[in-house]
Design a protein around this ligand. Structure first.
Ligand code: PIR
Ligand code: CA
Length: 312
């Protein structure tokens, strides 16, 4: 049975690949795509989600969520994802219509419309929509299969020395999501920095061709340039597909069970995911973090999915 997911995202170059990975994987049943302001404004990332869905033939509903975080002002990552949010590539004109419902309602309705333990939430942007869904309908906490999110970091941040972008954008929302008590896997930067799009990966993507292959290659070229410019990294880490990959195949990463709390008040550390590694984790600890990636397995999943989307 394919795993049913709701992908909450802010496309975003790596979000776009996460969408294609979910759509192109027979192990995944993509029930809905919901958007959240993050890498770019809500308006832009929502248009991008519709464009990618159009290009890839995704027929699941696409619904727009929150334009700003619960408490702090909006911040975007245009220096990484470009002014459009999809780098230098011009996304195709969307022909799909936006679902008229708010993303928070789509999340709640989708989880509650399925039997307990069936729907997995996969947030790969700031956590505002997910936090509001928990407040709107607390029963989703018991009802989901699990939450597998990209966000956080145990050792080094990207938005600040210690805070990762998705968490730093809306720390209060992250606090709600991390303390809810549902089974939660944090696929953080410690894990995703092992998912490097190397020259070999670029070459494999280059072989796909067609509109989908060209689109991904164009996006990732921009993304690679940004990481070279901003970070001095030759091969950029592709964060968001790692969370989707873990839903497809547990063997793609090892995990460690550990309590994680969100720093809300630190002057230098706001938005940090504080993982407490001191003790053996309590039996009932609902949170775990990704530790070691099987990069070969990840790229096989991504390349297989892209080839399937391209040939459909
Ligand atoms: C990636 C992101 C934001 C900023 C940078 N510098 C790089 C986005 C990605 O889409 C991913 O979800 C997460 N936020 C990684 O921090
Ligand atoms: Ca993202």
């Amino acid at each position: 049975m394919p795993r049913k997911i709701v992908l909450d995202c802010d496309p975003g170059l790596d979000d776009a690949v996460a969408m294609l990975l979910a759509h192109g994987s027979p192990e995944i049943d993509l029930l809905a795509v919901t958007t959240i302001g993050g890498n770019q404004t809500l308006e832009k990332v929502t248009r991008n989600a519709l464009s990618i869905a159009t290009l890839a033939g995704i027929t699941a509903p696409v619904a727009a969520g929150c334009a700003r975080p619960l408490v702090q002002p909006v911040q975007v990552a245009g220096h990484v994802h470009g002014d459009s949010g999809l780098g230098g590539v011009t996304p195709p004109e969307p022909t799909l219509r936006l679902d008229p419902r708010h993303a928070v309602d789509v999340i709640v309705e989708t989880v509650m419309a399925h039997p307990p333990g069936e729907v997995t939430l996969v947030p790969v942007g700031p956590l505002t929509n997910i936090a509001l869904a928990v407040r709107r309908e607390p029963r989703i906490v018991e009802r989901v299969a699990e939450v597998v999110l990209m966000g956080g970091a145990c050792h080094m941040g990207n938005q600040s020395a210690v805070a990762e972008f998705n968490i730093a954008c809306d720390p209060e929302a992250a606090d709600v999501v991390f303390s809810a008590g549902w089974p939660l896997t944090m696929v953080g930067l410690d894990l995703t920095y092992q998912a490097r799009a190397t020259d070999e990966v670029f070459a494999r993507i280059g072989e796909i061709g067609g509109p989908v292959g060209e689109f991904v290659l164009g996006m990732l070229g921009f993304y690679r340039d940004a990481y070279r410019r901003n970070r001095g990294l030759d091969s950029p880490p592709l964060h968001d597909p790692c969370a989707v990959a873990y839903v497809i195949d547990r063997a793609v990463m090892s995990t460690r069970r550990v309590p994680v709390a969100i720093e809300l008040t630190g002057t230098l550390t706001r938005g940090m995911t504080v993982a407490d590694f001191r003790f053996p984790p309590p039996e009932d600890c609902p949170t775990q973090v990704g530790v070691t990636l099987d990069a070969e397995r990840l790229w096989d999943l991504v390349l297989d999915a892209l080839a399937r989307v391209a040939s459909d």
